[in-house]
Design a protein around this ligand. Structure first.
Ligand code: NAD
Length: 592
């Protein structure tokens, strides 16, 4: 390996959710591993987890049977800490508890050779505080692996003010030898990833606690709306609710940011022993310990009756921009006859051309036939006169400019012309749905149907009901979205609905973190992509969404919730003022 200290035998203490995975990752890279836990039960548990993982690798032909046996032969599991005496590096992954970790480090200090390095896998505790429990704080470092350690190829290397440069170099090199990407950060609660992740997770718990949306809908919204590998509540179950509670407590202690104050529900679950997958029950109930399979869906029954049909076969779409065109496309492809209401003949023909072009591309790629394209086109008509909708539609979806007044005007006009039966929907992303609904005399038949851009590609649709919306209207529109092969989630009328309310505070926090010079934009993007499996880092995403749009959304959230933690980051405001609003102008956080 050519490093200053050659690592041969690595100790791992604590073989739970993280430790067993860490031991396996290290053994897979050719090192000898000695794993320690408190009792035989814990050892058996770790042994079965590691063997199960190796067996899956063999059965999926990822590794050969002999490689699997070799990996297992490199792992020795024991309950005796003394067995670690010859280790060059010991990684601690015991319970997230400062006193327990400090005591362990003190013992390890007396057992290990003077050159040995001690690393903690703590998620949020102070590495500095842990280090001072030993007589060698300069040889103590944080090595924060991500869950599952076998999948997330990323480690935050946390140096303290006393960590030796040599120790840092060895750990960086060791990380690369595991074929994992390291990022070097200072000692701050939550480091990069958790500090950005846990505010968001906590906010999702609060959303669920307030019955704003069901757990399934919160999770689906973030999975399908942001392309995350799992929703926040399912992720908390994977992390372990006790660990999550400790992390939030530590972060709150350091930041005094009330968004980090653990939600009451999280505390109740932990007190009740519902710790997530590892105890078989958390937000969800699992088929068996550590199984991903959820067996319980009785807690939050879906509001919609999935068996019924929407009865909506004809729709009007108001607008001719990106969203309106996408929504017309979704409806027409799904078998609904659509009348697009635009402001001019020119806009109407642009909309038709745009649909023709995008469907022609699908024909060229062999995704649809020429006949299908003709069928879709035949379902779309355009008009510049609201009268064209009279007697012709079951639903009107509005997707014009994001301003209250014009939206109210068109709805009020249509309200007087169209039959009481027709359902009205706005696709606003930031205005209050009820404020728009109040411009009509059909508040009971008015709701939000929030599509994501590009509508034909993004499966998520938020179905937003106001205090006045008739539940039957919500059910019919939810069913329509299912008929259109979309993934509808239901929520009520509150700024940001589900996705933007959870996404934008996180993006804003990432900007604040970069501005504080704790980590670079590149390192923050890498941490979220490689550590947490996000499809894009926060800065990449901000530049794509547009900083002007992002600032508007953050301001809406800030105004509605009056939450100091939602105040827009100064750097975001400055970039918008300077006109550096992202990819669309060639410059945002990055230059294009
Ligand atoms: P866990 O509860 O699943 O496992 C902890 C293990 O440590 C248990 O097997 C327990 O028996 C053992 N243990 C406790 N005290 C011990 C001692 N004195 N000596 C030996 N073994 C002991 O916890 P976890 O989720 O694996 O978390 C472990 C550490 O990793 C924590 O610091 C946590 O913050 C951190 N971490 C967790 C995650 C995650 O997603 N769960 C991700 C990264 C880092």
């Amino acid at each position: 390996m050519g490093s200053i200290v050659e690592l041969k035998t690595i100790g791992v203490v604590g073989l739970g959710t993280m430790g067993s995975g860490i031991a396996e990752v290290i053994a897979r890279s050719g090192y000898s591993v000695i794993g320690v836990d408190l009792g035989e039960k814990a050892i058996d548990y770790a042994d079965s987890r590691i063997r199960g993982s190796i067996d899956r690798g063999v059965s999926r032909s990822k590794i050969t049977e002999s490689d699997g046996l070799a990996i297992l032969s490199r792992i020795q599991l024991t309950t005796k800490l003394e067995d670690l005496a010859s280790c060059d590096l010991v990684i601690e992954a015991i319970t997230e508890d400062l006193a327990a970790k400090s005591e362990l480090f003190m013992t390890l200090d007396s057992l290990l050779g003077p050159e040995a390095i001690m690393a903690t896998n703590t998620s949020a505790l102070s590495v500095t505080e842990i280090s001072v429990a030993t007589g060698r704080p300069s040889r103590v470092i944080g090595m924060h692996f991500f869950n599952p350690a076998m999948v997330q190829k990323f480690i935050e290397i946390v140096s303290t003010v006393t960590t030796d440069q040599e120790v840092i170099d060895v750990c960086l090199e060791f990380t690369r030898s595991l074929e994992m990407e390291p990022v070097l950060v200072g000692d701050r609660a939550g480091f990069i990833a958790n500090s950005l992740l846990f505010g968001y997770l906590n906010q999702a718990v609060t959303m669920y606690e307030q019955k704003y949306a069901s757990r399934e809908d919160i999770d689906s919204a973030m999975k399908f709306g942001c392309g995350l590998p799992m929703g926040p509540l399912a992720l908390l179950d994977l992390i372990g609710l006790d660990t999550a509670l400790e992390i939030l407590d530590t972060m709150y202690h350091e930041s005094r940011n009330r968004l980090h104050a653990p939600s009451a529900l999280l505390k109740q679950f932990v007190a009740a022993g519902r710790l997530g997958r590892k105890s078989g029950q958390g937000f969800y109930t699992y088929a068996e310990l550590n199984a991903p399979l959820v067996v319980d869906d009785s807690l939050t029954p879906a509001i919609a009756d999935s068996g019924s049909v929407s009865g909506i076969t004809r729709a009007g779409v108001v607008g001719s921009g990106t969203m309106a065109t996408g929504i017309v496309s979704v409806l027409a492809v799904g078998g609904v006859s659509v009348i697009a209401l635009t402001r001019s003949e020119q806009r109407s023909s642009q909309l038709r051309e745009s649909l023709d072009t995008s469907w022609s591309k699908l024909v060229a790629k062999g995704k649809i036939t020429e006949e299908q394209k003709s069928e879709y086109l035949a379902r779309v008509t355009t008009s510049e006169s609201p009268e064209a909708l009279v007697g012709q539609v079951d639903l009107v979806v509005e997707a014009i400019a994001e301003e209250l007044q014009p939206k109210c005007e068109i709805f009020s006009q249509l309200d007087q012309m169209l039959s009481d039966e027709v359902i009205f929907a706005t696709t606003t992303s930031s205005l209050s749905v009820i404020e728009i609904a109040a411009s009509t005399n059909r508040m009971d038949r008015f709701l939000g149907i929030h599509f994501f851009n590009p509508a034909p590609v993004m499966s998520l649709v938020e179905i937003v009901s106001t205090v006045a919306t008739d539940p039957d209207v919500v059910i019919r529109c939810t069913n329509l979205m299912r008929e259109l092969r979309k993934k509808p989630v239901q929520c009520s009328d509150r700024a940001g609905f589900i996705v933007n309310a959870l996404l934008f505070p996180y993006l804003n926090n990432a900007i604040a973190m970069a501005s504080s010079n704790y980590a670079s934009i590149q390192d923050i993007d890498s941490a979220m992509k490689l550590g947490c499996g996000y499809p894009m880092g926060p800065f990449e995403l901000l530049d794509v969404v547009g900083l002007d749009v992002s600032l508007a959304i953050i301001n809406t959230l800030y105004r509605e919730f009056r939450e100091p933690g939602f105040a827009p980051a100064a750097q975001l405001e400055h970039l918008v003022t300077a006109g550096f609003v992202g990819r669309k102008v060639g410059r945002g956080f990055a230059k294009y």
